[in-house]
Design a protein. Structure first.
Length: 224
């Protein structure tokens, strides 16, 4: 009989749903906009029709806009407030982490990596970037969609490159996020499947958080 591995709870279901709705919606938004940027995706217009694809983009945009707001209202105790607090606590250890972390990208184990909290320095930077991109998407998208006749053409013209820039940066960040979650730290991906991560992974990558749980007697283990 194989030895069972201890896991600890990291994310609650409400926060996991928020994460996956955000991810799927973003990629569908990116896909439905691609025919505007390259002829290689014109087959989507030919298959579904330009108007249908535009309507889908608008509907997905509304979901993308509302998803974090709904998550904040209804799943705050499931992780959103924790996320906000952690991002605002960027400290020296996070800076040291970001300096040493690139070694992991090429398969090396960084030496003297500082202890990290519930989110490490890289995750905090990604969260902050995603929040800024979301704001850029919302402002530029709503201006382009609903601003005709209400906002000057000059301002609306600037919204096109802003929207495109956010899309490009968002796609690059998403690919990097997927690579890190699956290629570099696959154990972290498990946390977005059922909310649990291996205890040894958590203690290695989020030692400040696990130390606090142990000190407060709140470290609950689940064998799998």
């Amino acid at each position: 009989m194989s030895e069972r591995t201890p896991y600890i709870k990291r994310h609650k279901k409400g926060f996991i749903y928020f994460h996956w709705i955000n991810a799927v919606t973003f990629f569908l938004l990116f896909l439905t906009a691609m025919p505007l940027y390259t002829n290689k995706f014109l087959f989507l217009y030919e298959t579904f029709g330009a108007e249908t694809l535009q309507t889908c983009h608008h509907v997905l945009g509304v979901i993308f806009l509302l998803n974090p707001i709904v998550a904040l209202l209804f799943t705050a105790r499931s992780g959103v407030l924790t996320l906000i607090r952690e991002v605002l606590r960027f400290d020296r250890d996070d800076i040291k982490f970001l300096v040493k972390f690139p070694a992991e990208l090429i398969g090396k184990e960084p030496k003297d990596m500082p202890k990290q909290g519930f989110y490490n320095g890289g995750e905090r930077m990604n969260i902050l970037l995603q929040a800024l991109l979301w704001l850029g998407f919302v402002v530029s998208g709503l201006t382009l969609w609903l601003g005709a006749g209400h906002i000057s053409p000059a301002i609306r013209t600037w919204m096109i490159p802003l929207h495109s820039l956010c899309a490009g940066l968002g796609f690059a960040a998403a690919i990097g996020h997927i690579y890190l979650a699956i290629g570099v730290n696959p154990d972290s991906f498990h946390g977005m499947r059922d909310g649990t991560v291996k205890e040894n992974y958590a203690k290695h990558h989020h030692a400040k958080w696990t130390d606090q749980l142990e000190a407060e007697g709140r470290l609950e283990r689940e064998l799998k």
